[in-house]
Design a protein around this ligand. Structure first.
Ligand SMILES: [Zn+2]
Length: 177
């Protein structure tokens, strides 16, 4: 994801809104909710303001990325040492625009993205998601070889159950493919 790319903005006017303006990411787009009575000038002003605010919020999430990469390297040393030459992530980042996925990996460029939604989950669940995505750098698909590597992590099954439970409770479809 190039950070310089301008987001597509969708403005939604609401008659129920009086003063509150909010913005959130929906996939590639940024949705900005504004009161219906806003003028075009107010709309322009608020869209710019909300985009800046959203960028600042995402910027605050980024400083933990270094920590996340350190954590990934520990997992690689512990569980994927024999594949270390292949498992060299170009970046490991927390992201807010995962669309219901807990993590994703692009094997071609070695980028790994982890959803901020799992930030509050137990460490052993975060480690599982990280290791799962790192393993995709060795085996891109969910085949038998993939699951065999993932099962080196002792709590893999337990973590999958935990995430499935969250999905059932929230209605969120959490999958990475
Ligand atoms: Zn996967």
């Amino acid at each position: 994801m190039a950070r310089t790319r301008k987001p597509v903005v969708e403005v939604r006017r609401s008659q129920r809104r009086r003063r509150t303006v909010s913005a959130y990411r929906e996939g590639e787009r940024v949705v900005v909710l504004i009161p219906d009575r806003f003028s075009r000038a107010e709309e322009t002003e608020w869209v710019a303001r909300m985009l800046a605010r959203l960028a600042a919020r995402e910027e605050r999430i980024r400083p933990t990325d270094h920590e996340l990469l350190g954590r990934a390297n520990k997992l690689i040393a512990r569980y994927l040492a024999d594949h270390a030459a292949q498992v060299v992530p170009a970046s490991v980042r927390w992201v807010t625009n995962q669309n219901g996925r807990w993590g994703s990996c692009t094997p071609d460029d070695g980028t790994i993205r982890i959803s901020h939604r799992i930030q509050e989950m137990p460490d052993w669940v975060i480690d599982y998601v990280l290791l799962h995505e790192l393993t995709h750098l060795v085996v891109p698909s969910h085949n038998a070889a993939f699951w065999e590597l993932v099962s080196r992590y002792p709590k893999a099954e337990r973590a999958r159950g935990y995430l499935e439970g969250i999905s059932a409770a929230t209605g969120l479809v959490l999958a990475d493919d």
